[in-house]
Design a protein around this ligand. Structure first.
Ligand code: F6P
Length: 549
């Protein structure tokens, strides 16, 4: 599409509609309609989305669906699922759905069914993970593996780290998982200090096998291992790789039989379902990994077939577009009330912001509307005592996703009612607020002297009208986690289609990488002028004069 979506009739209608809804308070929408929850909630694959606390009406949803129609969402979903090269700037398909295609029906890329290769790699992961878990795979000195260290960054770290953390209750009791991503030697150094080389397996995860941070960490880990075990033959027993680049893996010194393959049609931030999930499989076992895939596959089927008014990721995507492009919301908070999801906001940052952080459409036209919001968040209960003040009384409109487990992994401790009361209270209070009249009454009730009430009033009023989604599931199992992740993946896809942008490339990260490669040798050369800019040149000199060696 060469024209911008903002030129469509659907866009204009939403703009007009927003002017009306901007004047309506959420508490009034609830007062007018006691069926709001029934009307504005959807349940699928064990996941409930309550979106009734959003600044929308039935008319808003109709108009947003017209926008999706104008953007040809159905056609794009069809192309995604049938393996068309929808990543247009890299001329590739984006087929993460094939990695979890439990129906095993053929999915073709350039005419070739990819399912046999997907299944072959899953079988190899199964066999290898079993041999680690059962203690059959031995280290160089004959001991079973106890520590798994994933070395990777971005999509080769965030997804497997988040899932492995979330599914700790399913870990093999002998095994511990570590994730090293940062090039600061402290990350690897602190990790190595905890490890026994005889019982450690390193998984070098890199789609391209060219990423500076990963290769540097992997090289240092290999040097450490050889020094500790006294023989470079030890590498074969303690290093495996996950990559699309067999040649580079071989050059690094890892036997291709110890390499787990994936393909260029798997995007880095969509890769946890592929061999990049190897640390997950080792830690939780293949049956549980298959359940993770099954949960995502169920959601894929829902996304591909459910009518939009009952389609969970479509609704989530359209609601975010409503706030970003029409209300001008610049951020979106993700606040899990499930301790196992502590890494979920960080994972979503890459998924959403690397996918949607674009300013031109697929055809290269500059957009004239705000696109992706900044995603941020942390565990909700901790956030309450840190930044929720800004949500309640600050000046920003911040739509929020609250993620709620009805049962925790450790229910016997009896804390769960406290968790649930907190999250329900927060979403209620953010929605309803407390007006001047209610505040005056509350101050009177706690005995504030009449003359002080007027002075206190403005500080104690809560404007409310802060929207939120509530995503609720019973307990975090591998299956529900797969469903939850796939819901967010498809939400991002819906947004990309409506905004007309390609969510599967990430050219924006290239420039910084190129300049870093130029700068690296400058740090060791004797030079005082470099030609970057006044600040960078001076900092290079400052650093050189202040370093120890
Ligand atoms: O720098 C961004 C990025 O390209 C991500 O998209 C990717 O997930 C990450 O780097 C790691 O890349 P690789 O798996 O090739 O090492």
């Amino acid at each position: 599409m060469n024209t911008l979506i903002s030129q469509s009739a659907a866009w204009a209608a939403l703009k007009t509609h927003q002017q009306y809804l901007a004047t309506v308070h959420l508490r009034d929408l609830f007062a007018l309609d006691n069926q709001r929850f029934e009307r504005f909630s959807v349940e699928t694959c064990g996941l409930l989305l309550d979106y009734s606390k959003n600044r929308l009406t039935q008319e808003t949803l109709t108009l947003l669906q017209q926008l999706a129609q104008a953007a040809q969402l159905s056609e794009w979903i069809r192309q995604l699922f049938q393996g068309d090269p929808i990543n247009n700037t890299e001329e590739r398909a984006a087929l993460h759905i094939a990695l979890r295609n439990r129906s095993n029906l053929p999915i073709r890329v350039a005419g070739q069914d990819v399912m046999p290769q997907v299944n072959a790699v899953l079988a190899k992961m199964h066999q290898f993970s079993d041999s680690i878990r059962e203690g059959e795979w031995r280290g160089y000195t004959g001991k079973p593996i106890k520590s798994i260290v994933n070395i990777g960054i971005g999509g080769s770290d965030l997804g497997p780290a988040m899932v492995t953390r979330a599914l700790k209750a399913y870990h093999h009791p002998r095994l511990r998982a570590y994730f090293v991503s940062n090039v600061d030697g402290t990350h690897l150094g602190e990790t190595l200090a905890e490890l026994d080389p005889e019982t450690t397996l390193f998984i070098v995860s890199s789609k391209t096998f060219t990423t500076q941070e990963t290769l540097l960490n992997a090289n240092s880990a290999r040097t450490w291992l050889i020094n500790q075990l006294g023989n470079d033959k030890a590498v074969a027993k303690h290093f495996v790789a996950v990559s699309t680049a067999q040649q580079k893996v071989t050059e690094f010194g890892i036997d291709p039989t110890n390499m787990f393959e994936f393909w260029d049609w798997v995007g880095g931030r969509y890769s946890l379902w592929s061999a990049i999930g190897l640390p997950i499989v080792i830690m939780i076992g293949m049956d549980n990994f298959a359940a993770l895939l099954a949960g995502a596959h169920d959601l894929d089927n829902h996304f591909a077939t459910a009518p939009w008014e009952r389609n969970l990721p479509v609704l989530m995507g359209l609601i975010e577009i409503w706030y970003s492009s029409f209300f001008g919301a610049t951020s979106q908070a993700v606040l899990p009330y499930d301790y196992t999801l502590e890494l979920f906001p960080a994972y979503l940052q890459q998924l959403a912001m690397e996918s949607l952080g674009k300013r031109v459409t697929r055809s290269g036209n500059t957009v004239n509307y705000p696109t992706a919001p900044i995603i941020w968040g942390t565990l909700g209960n901790n956030g309450q005592h840190a930044f929720y003040q800004l949500l309640h009384q600050g000046t920003h409109l911040i739509p929020t996703d609250f993620i709620i487990a009805i049962e925790s992994q450790y229910n016997e401790l009896g804390h769960q009612n406290a968790v649930l009361s907190n999250v329900l209270a927060q979403s209620h209070a953010l929605m309803k607020g407390r007006n001047a009249e209610e505040t005056r009454l509350a101050l009177n009730q706690i005995g504030i002297a009449a003359e002080k009430v007027n002075q206190q009033l403005p500080h104690r009023v809560f404007p409310g009208n802060q929207p939120s989604n509530l995503l609720v599931y019973h307990q975090l199992t591998p299956k529900i986690l797969g469903t939850l992740i796939a819901a967010y993946e498809h939400k991002v896809f819906v947004e990309s289609v409506c905004w007309g942008i390609n969510p599967f490339d990430q050219w924006g990260v290239e420039l910084g990488k190129q300049v870093a490669n130029l700068l690296l040798p400058e740090l060791t050369q004797e030079q005082s002028s470099y030609g970057y800019d006044g600040s960078t040149d001076s900092l290079l000199n400052y650093i050189k004069t202040h370093r120890l060696a």
